[in-house]
Design a protein around this ligand. Structure first.
Ligand code: 4AD
Ligand code: MG
Length: 469
């Protein structure tokens, strides 16, 4: 009788989705191999579908005339045909009794294989970013990222939001601070021959100066001023020369924007979403999360505490008072008006409150032009959510919907009003109160996993002086 084979992934077997005695084909990479005294080969293999490895038992009669099987080493890729059996040991529930092994790819010179089974430092793994997905830690981060993004779409869909693919190439500087990468097809000769800047860009692909976007917010606002609940979600770029553990030149941002909403509405949405994501991960990616705990890469607050905790909410003014009272000699001296830095955020989240905190109503001088001016004329209706360990993961605000005040803020911020003509139109034709926020996906993952360097969160990090792979 012909045996019907199916290709399956390791996670299906480990989770018991297939019956024992089922004939399967499973592919993957060898993690480790050992041969017992009586000549049985044990292979531990992984295909990245889950953290756990699958144990393959190869008896002598299977590899007898295929001696090369005993030469398999870590990193070789193989195709295994065999039967699912209950494992007699407590280490794993299921194992595969191989009926046939095909070697798909050998590892040339096993002694130089960069991902040997020993422990590697994160710095070392960054240098081999193309192979590091084969490690447990990068695998776990990858599966967690996928689940987070899937759950974000699901959460927002359940709350009536529509996703808007806002442009990546843009002419507008959303944050108004000039930290943008130029997009151009012009070459050096053009640059040398052009008389002035205006002429120069006339010859460029778009006939004007264009950049990679720092945020999809302004375009997102145009859609929220029509479809009410929408979100932008895509890559964003910052040409900041910040070489820190939490800055990337290219990162992914989620930006929900809600029509007719006030600051409290977006704060509630952000908290509900963070709790929903965390709950989903605890339910559905518990083994990957447990991996980080086992490795003592601990999140500064326990995730199950997060889902039941009240996020502390304070005014910027109060935060400054608390920092002053601490009597700590901060590098950046504390006074009303400062743009808080990591040392201040750390004190507030990790020492003083020991919870996530929401800081509201920042001084207008340290925030972008689009944030709604408060009655005091000094602060804007804004909020940042800070997490222990990583600091700011969310920044948002009510949007300035009053054209006169918006124009004043554009002027104060020394921006070119003409460039924002379409954004201003939204305030001229049926303006509405609205609000939104931006959340950095890598910072959220860093917080959830406790992996503190954002360069280990993103597959191929782009940072100052570094765009390898
Ligand atoms: O606070 P930011 O700059 O806000 C905006 O861009 C708004 N337009 C968002 C909005 O209201 N729609 O950035 C939002 C978030 C930060 O809280 C942080 O999590 C992340 O984006 N972020 C970065 N992540 C990694 N590397 C960087 N260089 C980042 N800059 C911001
Ligand atoms: Mg911010």
């Amino acid at each position: 009788m012909e045996i019907k084979m199916i290709i399956t992934s390791i996670t299906h077997i480990i989770e018991g989705k297939l019956l024992t005695e089922t004939h399967i084909t499973v592919n993957g990479w060898v993690k480790t191999k050992r041969t017992s005294k009586i000549g049985i080969i044990f292979i531990s293999m992984n295909d990245g579908s889950c953290l756990e490895n699958l144990q393959i038992i190869i008896k002598k009669n299977v590899y007898n005339n295929k001696n090369y099987i005993s030469k398999l080493t870590t990193g070789c890729s193989i195709k295994v045909k065999g039967l699912i059996k209950y494992s007699p040991t407590t280490k794993q529930k299921y194992e595969i009794h191989a009926t046939n092994i095909t070697i798909l790819g050998w590892v040339k010179d096993p002694s130089s294989y960069p991902i040997s089974p020993k422990k590697h430092s994160m710095e070392y793994l960054r240098k081999i970013a193309h192979l590091r997905p084969r490690t447990n830690i990068i695998g776990a981060i990858t599966r967690i990222r996928h689940k987070i993004i899937y759950k974000i779409h699901k959460f927002l869909n359940n709350h009536g939001f529509y996703w808007i693919p806002t442009p990546i190439i843009t002419t507008t500087d959303t944050e108004g601070n000039g930290k943008m990468f130029r997009v151009s097809t012009l070459n050096k000769n053009h640059l040398l021959s052009s008389q002035n800047k205006k002429d120069f860009f006339k010859k460029d692909f778009f006939k004007k100066e264009t950049f990679l976007t720092v945020s999809g917010q302004l375009n997102a606002e145009s859609y929220s001023c029509a479809l009410s609940r929408i979100y932008a979600f895509g890559p964003t770029f910052r040409a900041e020369n910040s070489n820190t553990k939490k800055h990337l030149a290219e990162f992914w941002m989620l930006e929900p924007e809600i029509a007719f909403a006030k600051l409290n509405d977006i704060i509630k949405l952000a908290i509900d979403m963070l709790i929903y994501i965390t709950k989903s991960l605890l339910d559905e990616r518990d083994k990957d999360l447990f991996f980080f705990e086992k490795k003592k890469i601990k999140n500064k607050i326990k995730l199950n505490k997060l889902i039941s905790s009240n996020f502390e909410q304070i005014d910027y003014k109060e935060a400054i008072k608390i920092l002053k009272k601490s009597k700590i000699n901060f590098k950046l001296p504390v006074h009303w008006g400062i743009d808080m830095s990591t040392e201040h955020e750390k004190y507030l989240t990790e020492k003083y409150f020991k919870t996530p905190i929401i800081i509201t109503n920042y001084p207008k001088k340290i925030k972008p032009f689009y944030m709604r001016l408060n009655k005091d004329n000094k602060t804007v209706s804004s909020m940042d959510i800070l997490m222990p360990g990583i600091g700011e993961i969310i920044g948002g605000s009510e949007r300035e919907e009053r054209i006169k005040i918006l124009d004043k803020r554009i002027k104060e911020s020394k921006l070119n009003k003409k460039k924002y003509w379409w954004y201003r139109d939204l305030r001229i034709y049926g303006t509405i109160p609205h609000a939104g926020f931006g959340m950095g996906i890598e910072r959220l993952i860093s917080f959830i996993t406790g992996v503190t360097n954002i360069k280990d969160i993103v597959p191929f990090p782009r940072t100052p002086k570094n765009a390898n792979f």
